[in-house]
Design a binder for this molecule. Sequence first.
Ligand code: GLU
Ligand code: ZN
Length: 504
Amino acid sequence: MASAPSPKLSTPLEQGVPPRVRFCPSPTGNPHVGLVRTALFNWAFARHHQGTLVFRIEDTDAARDSEESYNQLLDAMRWLGFDWDEGPEVGGPHAPYRQSQRMDIYQDVARKLLDGGYAYHCYCSQEELDTRREAARAAGRPSGYDGHCRDLSAEQVEQYRAQGREPIVRFRMPDETITFTDLVRGELTFTPENVPDYGIVRANGAPLYTLVNPVDDALMEITHVLRGEDLLSSTPRQIALYKALIELGVAQRVPEFGHLPYVMGEGNKKLSKRDPQSSLNLYREQGFLPEGLLNYLSLLGWSLSADQDIFTIEEMVRAFDISDVNPNPARFDLKKCEAINGDHIRMLDAKEFAERCRPWLKAPFAPWAPEDFDEAKWQAIAPHAQTRLKVLSEITANVDFLFLPEPAEDEASWTKAMKEGSDALLRTAREKLDAADWTSAESLKEAVLAAGEAHGLKLGKAQAPVRVAVTGRTVGLPLFESLEILGKEKTLARIDAALAKLTA
Ligand code: GLU
Ligand code: ZN
């Protein structure tokens, strides 16, 4: 993807003010990769500038938020290796960090906005709003809220009340153009007709995201808001709200904003959080390393340099500059994600690798009986696996031949490897293997090589039936090391069993 040169922007950072950023997910559903990318960029930004990362939970939507999702979020953050300076479990000067526990604050601010004339009660019913929107559309006028209740007379209010209408609170957008310099996108301008007055408190008194998000950013003294492009349309509203909060003495400053590019999935459609491909749990189950996943996700909008795709999180933190983020949509490429993860598997030290594979050597992933697992064999085979895996879950099928009483049954592999003459080859291979030195994989290789020569087969062709006879599959770890670790007795018995099956 061509990366447009991004202008270096002047931010308060250059004046040496340590930034305060926030990661503020809503606990709905499972954590997804878009969320992780946002957390990563905020975390890297905070750490790079020795700033503060605030972790806030935006759980004001009782109908959609759940405790389970909240726990999953915390678990995901821990698994990814992120730490935060203020937030759940660590506390901080602006506690509580769960919005559901801050309702009185929002009520208070909403009251101040109403009293100051920055907001007003809107009595329009949904039906009325819909009808007027349709009419505006048909007439080619802007279809947002039309300001109907901006300046109601006392009589009109009286009348609406008498009708039993329950008003929402609506923020009064100033009739002026709003311009700001996005840290990723440069200067952006919004004209008033495109940013209508908007609801901030429901008729039942519940404050909306539109209010609680900027209010908390103000109270928590956030200096930089880094979030997905999908939220860009709320930024001019929030800037206007900030200005009101500053006049009311609630906020000190308007933060800087940087909107991270969209992530595109299959078929060049926006990757949605409902997409199975975006579920973080899926990546965890498949055995992505957090370091591999984060490396890949950092590339969704950023890069360390043109010629280096693989790097550690420390390298990212050292180099991270928000003004280097590319505003163009980024494509989520699973193949590349796996390849990068594989490289991180290679970077682990051998002992660490053997330990990280543990979950996939047990139920529910492992098909063998727990008592058939052999630690010495595992330690012997692990280094051979480390050079090949893309994700840790692949380990199970690669080593099951060591711990299952019989090799896994895989008909496709069998038919592919067992050809006319395979029985003769296997018979010779058995003979040569029987006479080989079983303390040396090299000697086992020579045995199979010699068997192949006797039948006019190259090593690759000769080794396929042996591999399937012993491991059950046509692909796997380096064969001769595998045979050595499995041992002579079992290897020969499996070749015998394959011969019996072939001649049956
Ligand atoms: N709770 C919002 C969300 O998850 C946060 C948006 C923001 O970063 O401002 O979409
Ligand atoms: Zn209204």
